[in-house]
Write a protein that binds this ligand. Structure first.
Ligand code: NAD
Ligand code: BTL
Length: 488
């Protein structure tokens, strides 16, 4: 039974309710978890409030907090294999992918451990004689953190590590369908010696636990990663006490390939961009925008390779891609494929569930490619979050950039070309939080991550990822206090 962690104690939901956690590969129950509700969230918020207002954590020197965060990294490295297996049971992704995630996650804890004591504030030039001004950063307070199911622990790590390093207290709510690794890491946080009440974990649904975190007047900041509609709802709910918000939302990310790109690299990367983790990646390259002169050859090769992607059990060595997360989510993907067909896009491959006997109990869906797409189509504009790639053509550099930017989203995008000036010109004009040149997908702890436009608000990772969890305070000191007699 996976319990919640509130004020340093492992507890069941007050209501006694539980939820079965399902392996999307075969629908087997892999665990039972406490199903908390708003009442449990309130208890956790109260514990975090008390620990922030009256505990030592926010006053603990950054170097000491950094040591605890570093210890969490070491424990994650120690338990890497167990964590990777849990992530695969929960999400269906290949265990190789999960191992890569665990290495990234340990790196994130190491990074924020390393910068926990690096900002001692700064003295600034005051224009007023006989005065001194300094600017310091302080923790925000109680942070509500809500994460999605596609990268359960990775997205949690991007929030937990900087929040703790900066001296905040937290209430984490993982996706209700993939809580296993977040529970395990909370055990490691306890083992690392983080004081009771500083890091709390509540399991349960968004509408109950998540909503309480967004609504509570005792929460100072809500950091959310998930879909755009939920993000909008959270923004509204969070306005009640004008809490700070950080939103990491969806994407519909363009992958621009010029005719002069290295063909093999561009095809290989386009395949990975679109179909890695069955396309369930916020930054998936789900819009291929390709120069007309190489369109046919490129699409032919891409299609041949997409057909060869081996779907299966994430624990088997030859599996290249797992299932979608749930029946409901596969239904959403299928609906989008129908919309694409109705809109007149040309369904080149996929558009169906696989027929293999072995895959019938899982939520599998075939890699799907639509050609002859135009940017007014919903299949091109809306986030499908599955293995569905749309292909658009361009003839000029200007047109390529225009198509790339033709989206309400602005999370990430890529440009492939051997002409580096052209690449830099395009990258400068692309309205996205991340632009890759001749690559797709790299992200790491040192570089900020986040979206332009409706892909979000704020940044995770890098120095800005720590700053999200701080308030900036200006302390002004009059070195020669005397009456000013403004009012005679
Ligand atoms: N920008 C990024 O870095 C990034 C990273 C990963 C995933 N995502 C996005 O996440 C989405 C997929 O994840 P998902 O389906 O889990 O998203 P989701 O919005 O359905 O759920 C995300 C989290 O929000 C909670 N939630 C749901 N309703 C809520 C409410 N009313 N109030 C508070 N919390 C609520 C859920 O329980 C879950 O924990 C995609 O859109 C993807 O692009 C973005
Ligand atoms: C941010 N990232 C790419 C790790 C996961 C997005 O879904």
């Amino acid at each position: 039974m996976k319990q919640m962690f509130i004020n340093g104690e492992w507890v069941d939901a007050r209501s006694g309710e539980t939820r079965e956690i399902i392996n999307p590969y075969n629908q087997e129950v892999v665990a039972t978890a406490a199903e908390g509700n708003a009442e449990d969230a309130k208890r956790a918020i109260a514990a975090a409030r008390e620990a922030f207002d009256h505990g030592e954590w926010q006053h603990t020197p950054g170097a000491e907090r950094g040591q605890k965060v570093l210890r969490i990294a070491e424990l994650i490295e120690r338990d890497r294999e167990e964590l990777a297996k849990l992530e695969t049971f929960d999400t269906g992704k290949t265990v190789e992918e999960s191992r890569v995630d665990m290495d990234d996650i340990a790196g994130v804890f190491r990074y924020f451990a390393g910068i926990a004591d690096k900002d001692g504030g700064e003295v600034i030039e005051s224009p007023i004689p006989d005065s001194q001004s300094k600017v310091v950063r302080e923790p925000v307070g109680v942070c509500g953190q809500i994460t999605p199911w596609n990268y359960p622990l990775l997205q949690a790590a991007w929030k937990i590590a900087p929040a703790l390093a900066a001296g905040n207290t937290i209430v984490m709510k993982p996706s209700e369908i993939t809580p296993l690794t977040t529970v395990k890491v909370t055990e490691l946080i306890e083992e690392a010696g983080v004081p009771a009440g500083v890091a709390n974990l509540v399991l349960g649904a968004g509408a109950t636990v998540g909503n309480e975190l967004a609504e509570s007047g005792d929460v100072d900041l809500i950091s959310f990663t998930g879909g755009i509609d939920t993000g909008k709802k959270i923004m509204q709910t969070a306005s009640g006490n004008v809490k700070k918000i950080a939103l990491e939302l969806g994407g519909k990310n363009p992958n621009v390939v010029f005719a002069d790109a290295d063909f093999e690299t561009a095809v290989d990367q386009a395949l990975n961009a679109a179909f890695f983790h069955a396309g369930q990646v916020c930054s998936a390259g789900s819009r291929l925008i390709i120069e007309d002169s190489i369109h046919d050859e490129f699409v032919e090769e891409l299609t041949a390779r997409a057909k060869r992607i081996k779907l299966g059990d994430g624990f088997k060595e030859d599996t290249q891609s797992g299932p979608l997360i749930s029946a409901e989510h596969r239904g959403k993907v299928e609906n989008y494929v129908e919309i694409g067909k109705e809109e007149g896009a040309n369904l080149l491959i996929g558009g169906a569930r696989p027929e293999d006997e072995e895959l019938q109990n899982g939520f599998f869906y075939l890699p799907t490619i639509f050609t002859e797409c135009t940017s007014d189509m919903r299949i091109v504009q809306e986030e499908v979050f599955g293995p569905v790639l749309t292909v658009e053509r361009f003839e000029t550099e200007e047109e390529a950039v225009k198509l790339a930017n033709d989206s309400i989203y602005g999370l990430a995008g890529a440009v492939f070309t051997t002409d580096i000036d052209k690449a830099e010109r395009a990258a400068a004009k692309m309205r996205m939080g991340t632009v890759w040149i001749n690559d797709f997908h790299p992200y790491f702890a040192q570089a900020p991550w986040g979206g332009y436009k409706q892909s979000g608000i704020g940044r995770e990772l890098g120095k800005p990822g720590l700053e999200e969890y701080t308030e900036t305070k200006h302390i002004y000191r009059n070195l020669k206090p005397e009456p000013i007699h403004w009012f005679k």
